[in-house]
Design a protein around this ligand. Structure first.
Ligand code: SF4
Length: 278
């Protein structure tokens, strides 16, 4: 399953990342529960969706201006449709697996490329969940079924949170939170890089639950004839947290002051606003 760590990743987590986070702890002022003090305190009365703070395909931030000030909806292109379908498939497969409905089938749409990717990731996810469930049940024969489900699939998927303490939307959906290993996940499709989403999710969770979240993992899926998965397991350190605050404040200023930042220099061909942006 896309959110299970393999043996090498678990070793890297326990022998590298956890010790690094203890040696060089996150400063108190950069913990989400200090949302009411600088530098986390937000000064503009604006609620930004996480994807606008963390998505970095428009270097000038004009996508923020179009979405939040002009209230324009961009044109949904194939990569975005594929990404949405894959996120839904992973979340749906985990939900079905938790109900022990391992024979459930994925939804289909009118696009064969999307259907193929959805089937690959659905089968992979539900099979891995079934295997983890059977293993846990065999090892703990006296555990209740609920206990086995909750420990073999310790994932809150599409976990809804109110990010308004940090100037974010009040309906944020965290891709996945592993509550046994205390890791927050961001799921990406294609070659999209960056650790801003895991940082934002960790800060929002800290602002609500007041529990430290130090480790993030970006899971990148690619689809060809088969599914390939890469994981970027990382420490959500002071540097990442400061960069996230900078992004949030710069974009909140665009919205609050209704400033058009102008055209970026290197526009992505997949930008939703490419037909509007002159
Ligand atoms: S077309 Fe370019 S400047 Fe306009 S929103 Fe897209 S990336 Fe930004």
């Amino acid at each position: 399953m896309v959110y299970y760590l393999n043996e090498v990743e678990l070793k890297y987590l326990t022998l590298n990342l956890r010790p690094a986070s203890r040696l060089n702890p996150v400063p108190e002022e950069l913990r989400g529960w200090n949302w009411h003090s600088p530098p986390l305190k937000h000064y503009y009365d604006v609620k930004l969706p996480m994807y606008l703070i963390c998505g970095n395909y428009c270097s000038s931030g004009r996508d923020v201006y179009f979405t939040m000030v002009e209230k324009v909806k961009g044109e949904e292109l194939f990569p975005l449709s594929l990404g949405k379908a894959v996120h839904n498939a992973v979340a749906g497969a985990i939900r079905e697996a938790k109900k022990l409905n391992f024979d459930a089938k994925p939804f289909e749409c009118g696009d064969e490329r999307v259907n193929k990717a959805v089937k690959l990731v659905w089968d992979y996810t539900i099979t891995a969940c079934k295997s983890a469930f059977l293993k846990a049940r065999a090892e703990q024969p006296y555990a209740s079924e609920e206990d086995v489900v909750l420990t073999s699939m310790p994932f809150l998927v599409e976990h809804r949170l109110d990010g308004s303490l940090l100037g974010c939307s009040d309906i944020i959906a965290v891709d996945c939170y592993d509550y046994l290993h205390n890791i927050v996940f961001d799921l990406k499709v294609g070659e999209v890089k960056g650790r801003m989403y895991t940082t934002g999710y960790a800060l929002v969770m800290e602002s609500i639950y007041e529990t430290p979240i130090d480790i993030g993992c970006v899971v990148t899926l690619n689809f060809g004839d088969s599914l390939t998965i890469k994981k970027d397991l990382h420490y959500i350190d002071a540097n990442l947290r400061s960069r996230w605050i900078e992004e949030r404040d710069g974009k909140a200023e665009i919205v609050f002051k209704e400033l058009d930042p102008g055209k970026a220099e290197n526009c992505s061909k997949f930008c939703l606003f490419k037909d509007l942006c002159l």
